[in-house]
Design a protein around this ligand. Sequence first.
Ligand code: 5GP
Ligand code: ZN
Length: 113
Amino acid sequence: MSEDCLFCRIVSGEMTSDIVYETDEVLAFRDISPQAPVHVLVIPKAHIATISEAPTDAGLFDKLYAAAFEVAKKEGIFEEGFRTVFNCHKKGGQVVFHMHMHLLGGRQMRANS
Ligand code: 5GP
Ligand code: ZN
């Protein structure tokens, strides 16, 4: 838990969010400013600022993708297709520094939007 982190406050329940899926280690909630009919953020509950600081040998990414696939099934977009995106650091477009996967779907996705 990082005191000044927005997504840690969502994990702790201090800040409300529309949670769609949860495990011991992962939380998925709707993006406040959706860019598609389905726009869910999938995060580790533990604070990790950005993906380049995440362990790649601890199964974390498997858990995040497993959660995203469950959400995609629940939202009815698993079969038709969807997009997953991690933004890393400022140049990668990251604004909130608690690592998160964007799960987007429900519309035609294009190369840059
Ligand atoms: P980034 O650019 O860091 O990859 O994405 C951050 C995402 O967090 C943005 O899509 C933004 O709309 C979303 N976001 C920012 N503040 C909040 C919030 O308070 N609640 C929720 N649910 N999403 C947020
Ligand atoms: Zn955090």
